[in-house]
Design a binder for this molecule. Sequence first.
Ligand SMILES: Nc1ncnc2c1ncn2[C@@H]1O[C@H](COP(=O)(O)OP(=O)(O)OP(=O)(O)O)[C@@H](O)[C@H]1O
Ligand SMILES: [Mg+2]
Ligand SMILES: [Zn+2]
Length: 452
Amino acid sequence: MAKVKKKYICSQCGSISNRWQGQCDDCGEWNSIVEEAPVTIFAQKHDLSAGGRLVSLSGLDSDIAIPERMKIGMEELDRAIGGGLVAGSATLVAGDPGIGKSTLLLQACAALARQGKNCVYISGEEAVDQVRLRARRLGLADAPVQLASATSVRDILTTLRGGNIPDLLIIDSVQTMHSDLIEGAPGTVSQVRASSQELIRFAKENGCALLLVGHVTKDGNIAGPRVLEHMVDTVLSFEGERSHQYRIMRAVKNRFGGTDEIGVFAMQEGGLVEVANPSTLFLTDRDSAISGAAIFPALEGTRPVLVEIQALTVRLSSGATPRRSVVGWDSARLAMILAILEARCGLSFANVEVYLNVAGGYKISDTAADMAVAAALVSAFSERPLPVASIIFGELSLSGEVRPVSHSNIRLKEAAKLGFDAAWVPAKADAGKKMDMRYFATLGELTRHMLQ
Ligand SMILES: Nc1ncnc2c1ncn2[C@@H]1O[C@H](COP(=O)(O)OP(=O)(O)OP(=O)(O)O)[C@@H](O)[C@H]1O
Ligand SMILES: [Mg+2]
Ligand SMILES: [Zn+2]
């Protein structure tokens, strides 16, 4: 006797519940819960303590098969995935529509194919000719990639099992795949999971590296990458603003390596170009100092990236409520810094509109930028520029004290490398080698120094 039980699943995070609700309890998304395809439960086989095969148990210290890594040859990508693709692993590449996922993976596929690897690229979204056109535009048409347009997982696996097992299999995208083992349209949670499961099993059994493209989506009708996060070995997030050319590849999860490395690319006519020195992307080219700008050495994982923080202040004559507008930084953190400036340094922004912007579309979440934000605000307010070619960092406490930050030596080294010769830092920071260092214990010291 088989019993059928109804289940509901969130298409954003994949959490399962027994009843339908308007909002997901786990991720808070609205209208994301859908009915999952029925699951059959065999009632008479409920006792799992007998009838199985024996599993071999062994100690931690026995022979190890170190996973083989394939270097793609695109250094930024290899770095982000921890030194190359692991044979038999599954990697999800998630990103917003049009961010450049297909472009990047086609480039990676071609790079490996040119090294003599057997690389298969399956597109469920584009016709073969469309992919060929892209390949031609990117100058990759001569790479021996095996290309097909297909959406049936059965067709794809039948084809692959019948021929040469590929070293690399790219599926673009997982939301277009269809498994005939279960009901439902491509893109639904159950289809995305069932299709991925089959593809991942194929990859593990045959030692092939699998790259799955996953669209990031807010639409409850299509399952997002979070549904797959726990099934794959590695999750890479491909980020950036479409209006800006830089893209960051970040490992969100990695069973075979760290998640603190990023790869930086610039989207250009000829495809994604690796950016070995990201700081150059976010800095404005300028020889003279202007007020309201401060350079902050941010960290992406362990890589320093210098970014410019810009502030603009406008005095209001009327008693209207002044605006606070922030791009690329936390608005609550801005309110906090304005309050510290007022309470601890006697600088009131009560009748002043404040605009804060991080140049180049970059987003900072590091509290080490507090001092740079404060300095940009004071500089805009007083119309006194910070020294040309100087950097500034430090975390602020509510008392107005400047606290030390992590990796200050990495930040200083990067700045020195790029020709910055002065640094304003917390009192305990290490001295930069060739830099003119100025130490601050409190925000009051900084404002007094800037306003003197
Ligand atoms: N002819 C072209 N010349 C220059 N750049 C182009 C051209 N066609 C596309 N692009 C760039 O490539 C981007 C799309 O890249 P791609 O198709 O790889 O993205 P995707 O993430 O796979 O998108 P989708 O979500 O639609 O699959 C465009 O946003 C654009 O910047
Ligand atoms: Mg695409
Ligand atoms: Zn959810």
